[in-house]
Design a protein around this ligand. Structure first.
Ligand SMILES: Cc1cc2nc3c(=O)[nH]c(=O)nc-3n(C[C@H](O)[C@H](O)[C@H](O)COP(=O)(O)O)c2cc1C
Length: 664
């Protein structure tokens, strides 16, 4: 049998029995049963609030699952108001609940606020007109009103109390277009902007499509802050922070900040923030418009859209897709041997092409399809053509590597030295398949030996004019994500070193001068080779049981390496290729003149001898891929990819003459 006094007796001690009865008699209005609204209703019900007015016209969808209390499989497509009312009544069957299943609008605001002691804002972020109308009505009726915004992994409180600054006086939205109102609302809610340093992908803030990212933690922190302030207001406990003051707590940053913005959004600091936000907003708007236009429609397009996340040296993406019909695409690949010293005879591009094919195969499994690849031999090796045919897979087995295609990433920073487990090593060794083996270089002694090798290797790379031309165009400066290159923070050196590198890479003369007079290679080598070289669980070499000499062998090797990389991702390991030692070894083994400077040729020879000693000359000669592994943080900055639209081509002529031609 339900008994109110017993059910909420554990609140007593923080509230008196008399206060508990006061809470029981109070009515709170919650407009919206979304991420915060639903959580507030449950928390306030457990606090013993006895009366609610709740509204929402929406039903549950999958996209609500990350944060909304009632969003479960059993409630999918059910009305939110009904589900949440049932959940609250399950906690307190005596609740006096007034439901507004058609939502709140300007017409029913008065009814919605009838008998209400406190209004807590839980309306959809984008429903600004209704929000403003409800806050205005609260001010008129002298109903205290609070809003607590879930911002990232934190909560930002603003309270609008009777007789103090109103919502409109703070946010200043009157007469503004919708986009501007949204910006003002967003910036007004979080003047401290504590969340900014950990935004990993700001493209997900799409105000025009009415989409913003959220976390369950943010919503639950909000519930704690909102219910606490509700208690203080309803019990007259005093000391509620009211606008223009606000409070922002961020659990991720371990920070609490009180803000004070006299004149609200008319405050000069807010005005400056708004100026910056407007610029970002218009950039995001242009990008999201282009993405919406390019959304993949057919299974084949979806496969390619996922497969474009395959890795390639320096994020070059040396391929274009000519879609012939719904199950046939021709890949127009090309290599970069003409200008990239690391692409010996195109073999690095060919390995990357293999990685693309493997990724297509895995992506196809997600559509119940299997892929068959045929390289057109008559087409030569510099610009290979591969026919890809998709057909129904009778076994219809989805690859377990499918979820890791987009998550796979290059981590160039130091990792944990915790050794790999036997199970991890076995999983990785099996992933490469028949015809390939894995050699491990692990333990402090071997890692130190590889680090010495990488230190020497980096000296060669950083002092060679042929490599300078490659490095100059590899990095995209000042961005977190790069479509066609490697973004600056993903390179792995600290910001000061990157500044020096940015300056030096303007000309070969600068690099030479820095190297000669200021030991210019030391700082980057320490950060990008020595520290990561030692700080990892293990280095590895994937090698073929038969040395690779032919394009098809490199392509097959690339497929094996991609399975290995995706398996590492599946195992929660971070990964960085270390390809240049095996490439310089190959140059030396074949007696190839890759530099006009004879000292560089000698240096490559020494490097090869050192690697031969470390892994054996036979393994060095049949090496497909070298790199390092270990647990560690996922990089915040990464190379992304050209959109599918830009990777499509109309045919053989346009493919090569205009490799980045965009189709309309
Ligand atoms: C064949 C090949 C060789 C690569 N060599 C190196 C390398 O020597 N060092 C390195 O840090 N990254 C190397 N990479 C990683 C690429 O730079 C990276 O995959 C690309 O920029 C895309 O970024 P993502 O892997 O983070 O998606 C290589 C990738 C491929 C496919």
């Amino acid at each position: 049998m339900f008994d109110y006094t017993e059910a909420f007796s554990r609140n007593i001690g923080w509230v008196t029995e008399t206060e508990q009865e006061v809470l029981r008699s109070k009515r709170i209005a919650l407009a919206g049963m979304g991420g915060v609204g639903a959580q507030y209703l449950l928390t306030l019900t457990r606090l013993g609030i006895g009366r609610f007015n709740i509204s929402d016209f929406d039903i549950y969808e999958l996209a609500n699952f990350n944060r909304q209390a009632g969003a479960t499989m059993s409630h999918l497509h059910h009305p939110k108001v009904q589900v949440m009312a049932d959940m609250a009544l399950d906690i307190n069957p005596e609740l006096d609940l007034r439901r507004f299943p058609d939502g709140v609008c300007t017409e029913n605001v008065n009814e919605f606020l009838m008998d209400v002691d406190l209004y807590i804002d839980t309306i959809d972020f984008f429903a600004l007109d209704v929000r403003r109308a409800v806050f205005a009505a609260c001010a008129e009726k002298r109903i205290p009103a609070i809003t607590v915004a879930p911002i990232g992994m934190g909560a930002a409180l603003l309270a609008f109390l009777p007789g103090k600054m109103t919502f409109e006086e703070y946010f200043r939205m009157e007469g503004q277009p919708e986009d501007e109102q949204l910006l003002r609302f967003l910036l007004g809610l979080s003047p401290a902007r504590l969340q900014m340093p950990y935004v990993v992908d700001d493209t997900r803030v799409d105000l025009s499509a009415h989409k913003v990212p959220s976390t369950p933690m943010g919503c639950e922190l909000c519930a704690g802050v909102a219910a606490t302030n509700a208690l203080k207001i309803l019990l007259n406990r005093g000391d509620v922070i009211a606008a223009p003051r606000g409070l922002h707590f961020d659990a991720y940053r371990n920070k609490l900040k009180q803000t004070w913005r006299p004149w609200g959004n008319h405050n000069p600091i807010q005005q400056l923030g708004l100026k910056i936000a407007r610029r970002r907003f218009s950039e995001n708007l242009a990008r999201s418009g282009a993405e919406a236009k390019a959304a993949p429609a057919s299974p084949l397009e979806r496969v390619l859209n996922l497969a474009r996340w395959a890795p390639s040296g320096d994020n070059e993406q040396p391929w274009r897709f000519e879609i012939i019909d719904h199950d046939h695409v021709v890949i127009h690949a090309h290599d970069t041997r003409d200008w990239c010293v690391y692409d010996l005879d195109g073999s690095a591009s060919q390995r990357a092409l293999g990685m693309l094919l493997e990724t297509i195969d895995i992506a196809a499994s997600g559509e119940g399809l299997k892929a068959v690849f045929k390289r057109r031999e008559e087409h030569g090796e510099r610009a290979p053509l591969v026919d890809v045919t998709l057909s129904q897979d009778s076994e219809s087995r989805v690859s377990e590597l499918l979820p890791y295609i987009k998550a796979r990433v290059t981590q160039r920073r130091p990792l944990s030295t915790t050794p790999l487990t036997t199970a991890q090593k076995q999983g990785l060794e099996q992933s490469v398949g028949k015809g390939y083996r894995v050699l491990w270089l692990e333990g402090p002694q071997q890692r130190r030996a590889v680090t010495r090798l990488l230190f020497r290797n980096a000296h060669l790379r950083l002092t060679m004019e042929e490599a300078y031309h490659v490095h100059k165009q590899t990095i995209e400066w000042g961005v977190q994500f790069s479509e066609e290159r490697i973004p600056e923070p993903a390179v792995g050196a600290d910001p000061a070193t990157m500044k020096i590198m940015c300056w030096a890479l303007q000309s070969w003369q600068r690099v030479k001068m820095l190297n000669r007079f200021f030991a210019g290679t030391w700082l980057p080598r320490l950060q990008m080779d020595v520290l990561p070289g030692f700080r990892c669980a293990a280095h590895f070499v994937i090698y073929a049981t038969q040395p690779s000499k032919h394009i098809d062998q490199w392509i097959a090797g690339g497929r094996a390496a991609q399975r290995f990389w995706l398996t590492a991702t599946q195992l929660g390991l971070q990964f960085q290729p270390e390809m240049t030692p095996i490439i310089f070894s190959a140059y030396d083994r074949d007696g190839r003149q890759f530099s006009t400077d004879p000292r560089k040729l000698r240096a490559a020879s020494v490097l090869r001898t050192q690697l031969d000693v470390l892994i054996g000359d036979d393994i060095n000669a049949s090496a497909i891929f070298m790199g390092r592994l270990g647990t560690g943080p996922t990089p915040m900055a990464r190379s992304i990819r050209k959109p599918l639209q830009k990777l499509r081509t109309k045919g053989p002529d346009s493919a090569h003459a205009h490799p980045t031609q965009e189709l309309t």
